[in-house]
Design a protein around this ligand. Sequence first.
Ligand SMILES: *Cc1c(COP(=O)(O)O)cnc(C)c1O
Length: 426
Amino acid sequence: MNRSAQAFDLHHIWHPYSSLSKPVPPLHVRSAKGVRLTLEDDTELIDGMASWWSAIHGYNHPVLNEAAKGQIDQMSHVMFGGLTHTPAIDLCRQLVALTPAPLTKVFLSDSGSVAVDVAMKMALQYWYSQGVKSKTQFVCLRGGYHGDTLGSMSVCDPDTGMHHLFNGMLASQHFVEKPACQFGEEASDDDMADLQRVLSINHNSIAALILEPIVQGAGGMYFYSADYLSRARKLCDEYNVLLIVDEIATGFARSGEFFACHHAAICPDIMCIGKAMTGGYLSLAATLTTDKVASGICEGEAGVFMHGPTFMANPLACSIANASISLLAQSDWRSNIERLSSRLQSNLLPANDHTKVANARVLGAIGVVETKNPVDMHKVQKLLPDLGVWLRPFGKLIYTMPPYIITDTDLDTVCDAIKTVAEECS
Ligand SMILES: *Cc1c(COP(=O)(O)O)cnc(C)c1O
């Protein structure tokens, strides 16, 4: 990287979860195409991160580029208050068709965290409208991650989310043990006991249970039992509590089903999606809900749902999302994810025998190697250009969720890099 540009970046620009006093120098990307990032010094890296779950079709995709260019010549943006447009209508039609049938109402927003805040506000406004004014809290799973705004942070794991730093500003919520039963296992009564206990004591003050279905992402890259999810749905019904599923990371086939709640064949009352929705091109998210919740809100005292972002339903983002979702839905995504999954398994599961590895696991197109000691990020950042791979481990977790178009050979290279990082940087 050009020295003065690098110096400016280090001293003036925040990166996600970064320090401006002891920054880890970022790599300077010039362009990206397919699964490759090209750095300023011409180094090419195979992307193992899909830009945080989002670039599922790879970078610089001709179909998505075409959608963006076509829309930009029509209009990039127009306000959504009092106006509507075809890109939003087409997108919402697709979302209603692809999500579980009872989810028929769509609220578009700018980012995942906002979609979660919107979901929480829907649940709160729903109960308020029903005249149930005591239901103002949420129950959440430990190990969960739902975003970085103050609302969504309050339902993240209190320890990894550093709740103590924001004491007084974060709403206080109920936390239950994360499911001990892993993906593929049944959930026993013991596994459900903590959720059942918290609901039975506090259901009068709980508006909704919020969880990431099957895959806990940024809170620990953990895969849990589909049976837990279906029993949690039943408990919500039993205790008159809404269920919010946060599919922001898992949506659009990442876990092997189009949406992760399909693993348990359940339907939530509210669903959040984001990340991969525009194929990694622009920030866009959605919160879907049922006729029941929507009419509950709209027939209540406020008469309207109280949210409306400036850039709601941005036409450029909606057009690209339409193109990305069509591309995926019309492809044989299920066998492709199976291809990626078995390749990840054969490469990564043997790492379970490695002395520095605590656990290696794979679900869908997600591969995780959890080390016994934390990964040294300064070392990782220096090593990656030599390995020709882009990864972004956190804590003890080295993982990949590659673009779906990655070839077997490139995926092997990504997996080799994961094992080298575990060996040399943890
Ligand atoms: C990334 C993520 C979010 C937050 O989305 P942003 O677009 O970063 O605000 C929320 N929930 C889950 C499960 C996520 O993975």
